[in-house]
Design a protein around this ligand. Structure first.
Ligand SMILES: Nc1ncnc2c1ncn2[C@@H]1O[C@H](COP(=O)(O)OP(=O)(O)OP(=O)(O)O)[C@@H](O)[C@H]1O
Ligand SMILES: [Mg+2]
Length: 240
């Protein structure tokens, strides 16, 4: 469904990704694990068009989307829930969610039933439902993170990139986010997940990639990564 091959990307003169290849097959949940600064967010930004790759190829459902503008990539069916609560502060929760469905209003994506999907998104995130008229900028950090995730889903996407959806959430809400991820997976949504809680991510994922200094160091079925001594030592130890 989503295929990245030999992707190079960076900022200014600095190359961060030195030729990454990964595959997110249809209906699967793939997780990307790595230390701070390894290049996880950069990978997601290079996929979704927020950052132009220097070379390599990104294909979505067989279509080459390498270097396309972010709005075109969204139209092609890829939603990105970015790191760090990027919401439209001066708009209400509901309007943020409807904006996530924008390509559906313009028929750049199949319209479907936007109201039904809005109700479903609010049902998935009861905290947002209670606050649906509130301005997004006045939500707590954790609530904004949930809104970014819910907004991504409103595209009715073929593939979703989730960059640290649990960041800043209290433990009980972290569990809720993982439950929501499992619900989306059960609904057949294809996902690429980056999570600070690597062990929890491997528990819900089908497959995992470990990114080290801009290169894929190890990859394999999530169940085998969980028992890989090197992965345990570096990413699943006490601190994680
Ligand atoms: N806008 C930018 N300009 C210059 N360098 C950047 C920029 N964004 C990220 N970097 C650098 O790129 C490298 C990879 O950063 P990236 O955000 O992709 O890491 P990450 O794996 O997502 O880390 P984290 O777990 O902390 O979120 C880091 O060294 C970072 O300092
Ligand atoms: Mg990051």
């Amino acid at each position: 469904m989503l295929t990245i091959s030999n992707l190079h990307a960076g900022y200014g003169k600095v190359e961060v990704l030195h030729g990454i290849s990964l595959d997110v097959p249809q209906g699967q949940l793939v997780t990307l694990i790595g230390s701070n600064g390894a290049g996880k967010t950069t990978t997601m930004r290079a996929i979704s068009g927020m950052l132009k790759p220097r070379s390599g190829r990104v294909t979505l459902g067989g279509k080459d989307i390498t270097g396309s503008a972010a709005h075109r990539i969204a139209r092609a069916g890829l939603a990105h829930s970015p790191e760090g609560r990027r919401v439209f502060a001066a708009m209400s929760v509901t309007d943020n969610l409807l904006l996530g469905a924008f390509p559906r209003f313009t028929r750049a994506r199949p319209k479907g039933d936007i109201q039904r999907d809005l109700d479903r998104a609010l049902a998935l995130f009861p905290r947002l439902k209670e606050r649906r008229q509130q301005l997004a900028g006045t939500l707590s950090g954790g609530e904004q993170q949930m809104l970014a995730m819910a907004r991504a889903i409103m595209l009715n996407p073929d593939v979703v990139l989730l960059d640290e959806p649990s960041m800043g959430l209290a433990p009980i809400l972290v569990e809720e986010v993982f439950r929501i991820i499992q619900r989306l997976k059960a609904d057949g949504v294809t996902m690429l997940l980056v999570e600070q809680f690597a062990a929890a991510a491997l528990n819900v994922a089908d497959y995992g990639y470990v990114l080290e200094n801009g290169r894929i160091a190890v990859h394999g079925p999530a169940a085998s990564l969980k028992t890989d001594p090197k992965v345990i030592a570096a990413y699943l130890g006490g601190a994680h």
